[in-house]
Design a protein around this ligand. Structure first.
Ligand code: SF4
Length: 322
């Protein structure tokens, strides 16, 4: 069910213009009601240790050019797809109550498929409300974000970090109930501006990570997607690893780019267009690397992994969360 109630409320609220400032954006905000907001994984995700996933929004205001949530079906702009799950809090309460009765404590991934701290969150505080509920039910969380706004919720995250009930097998391996990770496609400010036009800069993300580290949280960097021929060189990966180490990340997970679709709004098409515009010398190489597939050829992936693993080892930073 899609409604436009928030659009009306936000139209009366002048601050939307202040914080995002696009008429087009306001027109496209949709409110949806969902039956389920907490999804249980069949098996714990081995990379991110997630037992559950929770996405307060769908779509995203950051509009990264490589983002797989864009697509012909939804439009070429992740902002256009931005939807608020307006009944998420009440649904989450019911779902967590049931899980607690069964003793099914596990790490909740926020958010596995969108940005939990997109521009709307500043005003709506939906992610914050969901964290308050999670704190009450004592579930551990793993947050993945590109935003500095996560700092606002440090108070609730501290409570979760101290009180969450960890799944028995993770108890000996995790000190607290919160992991805060930041995602990067590059540590380079200029490149990031091209490919992640609305997201906070890499430096801002690193400084935010550092603040969480100083407060005793487990912190990580997800260097994904690494951009072929742009951020995959030895020098570039080394720069990311060194920055991760210097700013206090406990781990760095590295993975390559995936690109989907061939319609005008699909991320593969949008990404190729950006390469053509900004780095035409890499267009043919990039196309050849992917061919008809959604991932680079296996040799490239193997070499990228070896490079990243070697550099993590050199700088003594884990290439796994635990
Ligand atoms: S921040 Fe994440 S969800 Fe948002 S557009 Fe970028 S890659 Fe997509």
């Amino acid at each position: 069910m899609i409604r436009h109630g928030w659009t009306d409320k936000i139209n009366k609220n002048t601050t939307l213009n202040e914080f995002f400032g696009k008429e087009e954006f306001k027109k496209n905000i949709n409110e949806i009601e969902v039956k389920s907001v907490l999804n249980k994984a069949k098996k714990r995700d081995s990379w991110f240790l997630l037992d559950y996933s929770l996405n307060p929004y769908s779509g995203c205001s950051f509009n990264c050019l490589y983002c797989y949530i864009r697509g012909s079906h939804y439009g070429g702009d992740t902002v256009q797809r931005l939807q608020i799950k307006s009944n998420a809090a009440e649904v989450l309460k019911k779902q967590l109550k049931r899980r607690v009765k069964k003793g099914e404590y596990g790490i909740i991934g926020i958010a596995s498929s969108t940005e939990p701290y997109n521009e709307l969150e500043k005003e709506l505080k939906l992610t914050r409300r969901l964290l308050e509920i999670i704190a009450r039910f004592k579930f551990p969380v793993s947050i993945l974000t590109k935003s500095t706004l996560v700092l606002r919720d440090m108070d609730i995250l501290k409570e979760i970090n101290e009180n969450a009930i960890l799944p028995p097998d993770l108890k000996p391996r995790l000190k607290g109930g919160v992991i805060v990770s930041f995602s990067f496609s590059t540590p380079d400010e200029k490149l990031a501006k091209i490919f992640e036009p609305n997201a906070p800069s890499p430096k801002e993300r690193l400084e935010t990570l550092q603040k969480f580290k100083k407060e005793g949280f487990k912190t990580g960097i997800c260097f994904m997607p690494v951009l072929p021929f742009l951020s995959d060189s030895e020098k570039h990966i080394e720069k990311m690893v060194v920055m991760a180490k210097n700013y206090g990340a406990d781990s760095i997970l590295t993975a390559g780019l995936t690109l989907f679709g061939d319609k005008p709004n699909d991320c593969k098409t949008v990404y190729y267009k950006a390469i053509e515009k900004h780095f035409p010398e890499f267009l043919e190489k990039t196309k050849k690397l992917f061919g008809e597939k959604f991932h680079p050829d296996p040799k490239y992936q193997r070499e990228l992994k070896e490079r990243a693993d070697r550099l993590s080892e050199k700088y003594d930073i884990r290439n796994r969360l635990i």
